[in-house]
Write a protein that binds this ligand. Structure first.
Ligand SMILES: Nc1ncnc2c1ncn2[C@@H]1O[C@H](COP(=O)(O)OP(=O)(O)OP(=O)(O)O)[C@@H](O)[C@H]1O
Length: 257
């Protein structure tokens, strides 16, 4: 049987008396998209940050199996090794593309600098790769030398994706990737994300308060309320037949125009 790519066990994080994540457990398999839903303050971003080791956790384990089949305990990884992993095997897509891009350098340089980070040195190759990834995210490579500030919000988000994807990560963490975009731009981005996930066999954890996003993108769901997972399972099952009153509320709120 296939081994999980990521195993999260009893992960807990508190801020004073607030339990942002309370003994969270799940496995993520290669090629799987896991959606984490819940209302504002339910602990979604804290869980994503804890998995990425952005801050120390109180308790638990996050075990990642690398390309070379080595099991790494992420929460105890020394900082240089964590940073290397984030540049090579993992990618993080921020809600606000301005947080994930360097706004003062060109679109091409935003992509190219990730390649420089992993040791690619040939300028011609870097430009070719940047053009390739701009095309993959449906940005005209003729915009390569333009600054991201000259891009629309949807284009900036697609550029952020290209910057993340260029190093061929296996696991991508996304925090509200379609937040702040208008509905038609969201729909186009979701379509693109879906095909990228399929074409590159990506494993993804996507945090959102938008049930529509997980319905389109996620194979499995975790529903969070006050730091706890109150329901989990296959997306269609959870959304079509929610068992927990909180999930029922979220689903019915999403149906109300
Ligand atoms: N740095 C922090 N310091 C203190 N409390 C925090 C901090 N970050 C998060 N919290 C608290 O932890 C709880 C979970 O917050 P978190 O941001 O993870 O929720 P969320 O589900 O991602 O919300 P949103 O959808 O609004 O981003 C909240 O009660 C929040 O106030």
């Amino acid at each position: 049987m296939t081994k999980p790519l990521l195993q999260v066990h009893q992960l807990s994080k508190s801020y004073g008396a607030i339990k942002a994540c309370d003994r969270i457990c799940f496995d993520l398999y290669p090629g799987q998209v896991l959606g984490i839903v819940g209302e504002s303050g339910s602990g979604k971003s804290s869980l994503l940050g804890a998995i990425a080791n952005h801050f120390p956790i109180d308790q638990g384990n996050v075990t990642y199996t690398t390309r070379s089949q080595e099991d790494l305990e992420i929460t105890r990884l020394p900082e240089p090794q964590r940073r290397r992993l984030m540049r090579t095997e993992w990618g993080f897509v921020q809600q606000n593309p301005r947080d994930g891009l360097r706004m003062k350098v060109s679109a091409g340089a935003n992509i190219g600098e990730r390649l420089l980070d992993v040791g690619v040195r040939h300028y011609g190759n870097i430009r070719d790769e940047a053009a390739h990834w701009l095309r993959q995210v449906e940005i005209d490579p003729a915009r390569m030398d333009d600054l991201p500030v000259t891009f629309s919000g949807g284009m900036q988000q697609r550029l952020q994706l290209a910057r993340v994807l260029v190093t061929r990560p296996r696991l991508i963490l996304m925090d509200e990737p379609t937040g702040g975009l208008d509905v038609s731009v969201q729909a186009r981005l979701l379509d693109l994300l879906r095909s990228l996930v399929r074409n590159f066999h990506l494993s993804v954890i996507v945090v959102t308060h938008d049930i529509g996003v997980v319905r389109l993108l996620a194979h499995r769901l975790l529903v969070m309320q006050q730091g706890q997972v109150v329901e989990s399972g296959l997306t269609d099952q959870v959304l079509d037949d929610p068992q927990h009153p909180y999930t029922q509320l979220l689903v019915s709120a999403a149906l109300t125009p």
